[in-house]
Each structure stands twice: as structure tokens, then as C-alpha cells.
Design a protein around this ligand. Structure first.
Ligand code: SAH
Ligand code: SF4
Length: 413
């Protein structure tokens, strides 16, 4: 049986892993990625520029960083030639390190990334006919131990920094070759049509990679602010969805301070089953969760809340469960859509996926109740990129290594 205890940090109301500052680089330079314009200006002033200069340079540099995706100060053509080495001596423009990049036969791509202090995490890109969705991680591992989720079995957990979160989006744009192709001169008036609405691959972002985004609230918020900033990456909040397992006290803040679409990992409709498979339910129960959804700022029929429901054979997939789901969503008058996710198995998982007939029947009952309930097609299964399969290879290896060591010890005893 999986260990479902929450990893608590003394003094915290919730089991929030302690946020860490960006590890200082050995060479003393500061990575600008993850900083908003005003903080860049403060750094420039601290490095010796007068306030007016600092503000102007910060504006220019910000544009090159987040709008153009430049990673070298030398490419910043509207900044004086002599100023560029001055910047390069003090600052860097970082990206997460790529340990491995994989391509699925269905077009899905997965990257294994690494933080400067050696923690690995993953990012997935899922292309579709009319959109391309980047699945972004918020933490290394997850403290929440949902019993069907591979990420929840990782031992190491730390919050990703703002730079590591926004860095995923920037890296994806690098890899997809999707930075604006306007003339490399900031001073010139750019033709918007040159670099917008040009059939971009990356159109949507989901905070559905590793981790519980609402347990890393501040960093996720600040990273998404950078992603949404019209002077920078400029992705609309309507194209961003944050998925939570139900951190009730942070949900209203999410709507107010970030304003993105909400997805909730519901997965069960009774206390007994949800307590078991989504253990945060013992802390914030179903009623509290659904009430927080009903109160979610910005939710409306035009912007419905997505309820994710993983289909686990003989666990949460009966006709009665489907009917109860409809009843609950109606009772709380939720502008809802349901996303049925076939369970993606991983080695050692204690569940099976419901049969296709069962999933179809479940979906039909919810549809008949007047709520849209499409079945999500699993993507990137051949490269372990599907929902809930994210767990780094290093971690898998270390497990295997541990098993081997245990077997050897047992054999030697
Ligand atoms: N921690 C957040 C976001 C990451 S998980 C959350 O739980 O919402 C993204 C989605 O994948 C969640 O709905 C999660 O419950 C689901 N998921 C996890 N493991 C899965 C698995 N093995 N098969 C199918 N879906 C899974
Ligand atoms: Fe964490 Fe989400 Fe996985 Fe649960 S489903 S363990 S909250 S990543």
C-alpha cells in the first residue's frame, strides 16, 4: 500500500515545501530569466547605471529576453556595442539544462530537464490539429502522493523557481523555433503580422506537469505573469489552465491573482474513495472543494471549470459514480466540463484502467445529465509522457539501483 502521509514542514499550515532561492552561479553572475522588468531595472541600478538609464535598458533587455527569446547579449542590436560586454560580465540569460529530449510516434515531445542544483523534472508538448499544448511542471516531484500518480511516488521534492517555470516555456519556443522573426532592431516599428498569428505550434499552456502548482503559489503566479505579459511572451490567460488536486485555501487567490482557467482533479465522488486516491481530500473534503469551485473568480458558462476524472477499474467507474458526479456538479451549480482520463499505468501501480465500454457508458451518463464529458486520448504513451507518468529516469534508475542493492544484501545475508 502506498504511503499516503503528507510531507509536512513544521510551522506551515499546509505541507508546502520550503521555497528556495535561485542557487547562485559559481561565477557570481545573475540569471535574468524569471525577473520582471522592474527587478531587472533594480539590478542594473545596483550594478552602477543611473536610475533613468537602468529603466530604459531594463525595458530593452526585457523585450529581447521574453519577446524575442535572445540568449546572447551580443544579439541585442539596439544596445550600444560597448554596453553588451558590460551586461555579459554581470548577467546571464539561462535556460533549464536539457538532459534528454524524446519524440513520440504521435508527435508528442518530452524533455527531461535539470535545475542548476541537479534536480530533474519534465516538460511535455502535445501538438493537435488546432492547437499545441505545453504541459509545464511546477515542482520536482510532489508531496501529495495520489495513489494512481507516478509523480507522487518521487522522493525528492522542491519547488521550481520562477525562472525554472517560465524557462520551460522559453525552452519550448527555442525547440519549436517559435520566436518572432521580426527585424532584429527594437527601435524599428515592427510589423505585428511578421510574428503573430502565424500558425504557432505552441498556443496553450497547462500547469499539469510534475507537482501541485498551488503548493508553489508565488512562483507559479509570478512565472505565469511573465508568460501573460503583453510585452513579453504574451500568451492570453484564456489559453492557460492550472490544474489542482484541491488546495482549497489557494483557489480563490488563483482566480484573483492569476486569473487563468481552473482544472480540478476530482477523480472520485465519495469521501471514502477520494480520501484513498487523492489524500488531500482528508484535509479539504469534497463539499469544501466544490464550494471553492462554485466561488472561483472568473468561472462562467463561457469559461467553465474542468473536472478531471481518472478512470480506475472497479474503483470510481460505476454507473452510480457517474450519476453522483452529475448530481454534485448540478447541486453546486457549477459551470463544468468533465475530462475523463483513461488511467495510464506505470510499473508497480496498484490500479487497472477501466474498460473502454465502461468509460463510454460513464461518459454517456454524464452527457445525458447535460454535462460535456469527453474521453481524453492518451498521448505520448510510448515515451511515458502521458498524464501521471512523469517521473524522471534518474529517479527510476535509482529505484532500480536500490532494488538491486536490496536483492544483493538479501542474497548476501
Ligand atoms: N498536481 C496537479 C497537476 C498535475 S497532474 C493535479 O493533481 O491536478 C495532471 C493530471 O493527471 C491530474 O488530473 C492527475 O490526477 C492526472 N493523473 C495523475 N496520474 C495519472 C495516471 N497515472 N493516469 C491518468 N491520469 C493521471
Ligand atoms: Fe501530485 Fe497531482 Fe500527482 Fe496528486 S496527481 S501526486 S497532486 S502531481
Amino acid at each position: 500500500m502506498a504511503d499516503t502521509t503528507l510531507m509536512s514542514i513544521p510551522g506551515q499550515v499546509d505541507p508546502v515545501p520550503v521555497a528556495r532561492e535561485i542557487t547562485p552561479r559559481a561565477d557570481g553572475r545573475v540569471d535574468l530569466i524569471g525577473l520582471p522588468k522592474k527587478d531587472i531595472a533594480v539590478l542594473f541600478e545596483g550594478a552602477g547605471l543611473d536610475a533613468r538609464q537602468a529603466k530604459l535598458r531594463a525595458k530593452q533587455v526585457y523585450h529581447w529576453l521574453y519577446h524575442r527569446g535572445v540568449t546572447d547579449f551580443e544579439a541585442m542590436t539596439d544596445i550600444a556595442k560597448t554596453m553588451r560586454p558590460w551586461l555579459a560580465e554581470r548577467f546571464v540569460i539561462g535556460r533549464p539544462d536539457v538532459v534528454e529530449a524524446q519524440h513520440s510516434t504521435d508527435g508528442t515531445r518530452k524533455w527531461l530537464l535539470k535545475t542548476p542544483d541537479g534536480h530533474e523534472f519534465e516538460m511535455v508538448f502535445i501538438p493537435d490539429a488546432d492547437r499545441g499544448t505545453l504541459c509545464v511542471s511546477s515542482q520536482v516531484g510532489c508531496t501529495l502522493n495520489c495513489t494512481f500518480c507516478h509523480t507522487g511516488t518521487m522522493r525528492l521534492v522542491r519547488n521550481l523557481t520562477i525562472g525554472e517555470i517560465v524557462g520551460q516555456v522559453m525552452l519550448a519556443r527555442d525547440a519549436l523555433g517559435e520566436w518572432p522573426k521580426g527585424k532584429m532592431d527594437f527601435a524599428e516599428v515592427e510589423d505585428e503580422a511578421e510574428y503573430t498569428a502565424d500558425g504557432r505550434l505552441l498556443t496553450n499552456i497547462v500547469m499539469m506537469g510534475m507537482g501541485e502548482p498551488l503548493y508553489n503559489f508565488d512562483n507559479v503566479r509570478d512565472a505565469l505573469k511573465l508568460v501573460m505579459d503583453g510585452d513579453g511572451l504574451a500568451l492570453s490567460k484564456r489559453r492557460i489552465t492550472l490544474s489542482t488536486s484541491g488546495v482549497v485555501p489557494a483557489m480563490a487567490r488563483c482566480g484573483e491573482e492569476i486569473g487563468v482557467n481552473l482544472a480540478v482533479s476530482l477523480h472520485a465522488v465519495t469521501k471514502e474513495i477520494r480520501d484513498e486516491i487523492v489524500p488531500i481530500n482528508r484535509k479539504y473534503g469534497l463539499e469544501q472543494l466544490l464550494q471553492a469551485c462554485a466561488d472561483y473568480p472568473g468561472a462562467s458558462n463561457a469559461r467553465r471549470i474542468t473536472f478531471e476524472y481518472v478512470m480506475l477499474k472497479d474503483k470510481n467507474d460505476s454507473d452510480g459514480d457517474a450519476r453522483e458526479l452529475v448530481r454534485l456538479l448540478k447541486h453546486y451549480k457549477l459551470p463544468a466540463k468533465v475530462n475523463l482520463i483513461p488511467f495510464n499505468p506505470w510499473p508497480g501501480a496498484a490500479y487497472d484502467c477501466s474498460t473502454p465500454e465502461r468509460i463510454k457508458r460513464f461518459s454517456d451518463i454524464v452527457f445525458e445529465g447535460g454535462i460535456s464529458a469527453p474521453v481524453r486520448t492518451p498521448r505520448g504513451r510510448d515515451i511515458d509522457a502521458a498524464c501521471g507518468q512523469l517521473k524522471t529516469t534518474a529517479e527510476k534508475k535509482s529505484r532500480a539501483q536500490r532494488d538491486r542493492e536490496e536483492a544483493e544484501a538479501a542474497a548476501g545475508a
